[in-house]
Design a binder for this molecule. Structure first.
Ligand SMILES: [Zn+2]
Length: 135
């Protein structure tokens, strides 16, 4: 089973799902709805990715990817694994590497269709220093 296999994820597709897709379309992440609040973080990795994070319970997210279609990056204490499409390079989501904490998935909301993001509030997280919201 590959990383996107629904059996491995242990959940069924959410009803009336919206999909965040990478540029080439190889990776599809289904959720019930786009969060109304997205997080922009200024830490060393998030600011470079330019990601807007939408957080979900792991069981509420279905990730479809071809075998070997995702590649990941972790650094330093390797707390999180940041996933991207191996083909087109789009950053799709991150998870916590520790089993105990692997209960949420942060989906990169920039991969939803722009219309789905209209009206969403963007909060700014100071992940670089205080780890507090700046607004
Ligand atoms: Zn892709």
């Amino acid at each position: 089973m590959g990383p996107g296999d629904p059996r491995r994820r242990g959940n069924t597709p959410p009803k009336a799902a919206v999909a965040a897709t990478c540029h080439c379309g190889a990776i599809r992440i289904y959720v019930r709805r786009v969060s109304r609040t997205l997080t922009s973080c200024n830490c060393s990795i998030c600011r470079r990715y330019g990601a807007l994070w939408a957080y979900y319970a792991a069981g509420a997210v279905r990730i479809e990817a071809p075998k070997g279609g995702l590649t990941q990056y972790s650094w330093k204490r390797r707390i999180r694994a940041y996933y991207r499409c191996r083909k087109c390079g789009c950053v799709t989501h991150y998870r916590y590497r520790e089993k105990r904490r692997d209960t949420i998935v942060a989906v990169n909301a920039v991969n939803f269709e722009p219309a789905a993001l209209l009206g969403a509030r963007i909060r700014h997280l100071d992940g670089a220093q205080s780890w507090k919201l700046l607004d």
